[in-house]
Write a protein that binds this ligand. Structure first.
Ligand SMILES: [Zn+2]
Length: 311
């Protein structure tokens, strides 16, 4: 069995203003880090365009139309305090969703053992009718809904280890009894949500706020104590990961101070758990990560482990 990689050159068509941390160069660094050597056996796929029928699993048509019509012919359209659209942003956002949906299909049908989706813009801050935090569509939540509805699953888990709270995924899965959502994140930090008492309609939301400068040890304790036991008891049929690497100690946007080894530990544990409960089925989707070198190294480490565990 193998690890699939979904990406597309159109992700570079989503251009942000100079100095913006969520920049085109992020994927260039990721792509370069996943070339050659041990990555030669990655099975590479072009991320397809998602249709409205996919996005409608989480966003209303009026929102899709508003985002589509907000794309400028040139320059930028700023649609939120820190979210910009360029010509090409809609295609990129649709291919991010399409890549995640295609990765779910390939993992669920057994074409690949697990998958990484190297996409941008990220998606976990996009709420039902609100683009924010560099995000347009709720990529991972849409992929989760697609998996549940298409394959008749009854238990799915989404693990979001991006340093920011996955407020969008939380919003989109708030009423979904078949999906359990875990978000570990720095608190206090933008967007300010993600308290432990935000539990969802069916008590399926688990927020794990972590203090600034708490480091990888606090993360490991939190996951050992509050994530893995629930996952082990729940036995999800598929695990989706919102893989943000901005908890890295070199990241300019946050202060959780994780190391690349911490990301490796977390990836290993999630893969082992997936091996126990769902035959190793993992679909991991890139979210944040804004120090280019730390991002590239962390993604390479993450994907290397997916490959080793999926082999
Ligand atoms: Zn983030």
């Amino acid at each position: 069995m193998t690890t699939g990689l979904w990406t597309h050159e159109a992700f570079s068509g989503h251009v942000t203003p100079p100095g913006h941390p969520e920049q085109v160069a992020r994927l260039a660094y990721v792509e370069r880090a996943l070339q050659g050597g041990r990555f030669a056996s990655l099975v590479r796929f072009q991320a397809p365009l998602a249709g409205d029928e996919d996005i409608l699993r989480c966003h209303p048509q009026t929102y899709i139309d508003r985002i589509t019509s907000s794309e400028p012919a040139s320059g930028w359209n700023q649609i939120d305090a820190d979210t910009h659209m360029s010509r090409g942003s809609v295609e990129a956002a649709r291919r991010a969703v399409g890549g995640a949906v295609a990765a779910v299909d390939a993992v669920m049908t057994g074409d690949v053992k697990n998958a990484f989706v190297a996409a941008r813009p990220p998606g976990h801050h996009a709420e039902r009718e609100t683009a924010m935090g560099f995000c347009l569509f709720g990529t991972v939540a849409i992929a989760a809904k697609h998996a549940l509805d298409t394959y008749g699953l009854s238990r799915i888990a989404v693990v979001d280890f991006d340093v920011h709270h996955g407020n969008g995924t939380q919003d989109l899965l708030w009423n979904e009894p078949r999906a359990v959502f875990f978000s570990s994140h720095q608190s206090p930090l933008w967007p300010g949500t993600g308290a432990e008492d935000e539990r969802g309609t069916h008590d399926t939301i688990f927020n794990i706020p972590l203090e600034p400068d708490s480091g990888g040890a606090a993360m490991r304790t939190a996951y050992e104590g509050r994530v893995f036991p629930i996952l082990r008891a729940l036995k999800p049929e598929l695990i989706l990961i919102s893989a943000g690497f901005d908890a890295h100690k070199d990241d300019p946007l946050a202060q959780l101070r994780w190391t690349t080894e911490d990301f490796a530990w977390l990836t290993n544990r999630l893969c082992d758990l997936a091996g126990e409960v769902c035959d190793g089925r993992i679909v991991s989707v890139l979210e944040g990560g804004y120090d280019l070198d730390a991002l590239a190294l962390s993604v390479a480490t993450h994907v290397d482990i997916l490959m080793a565990k999926g082999g």
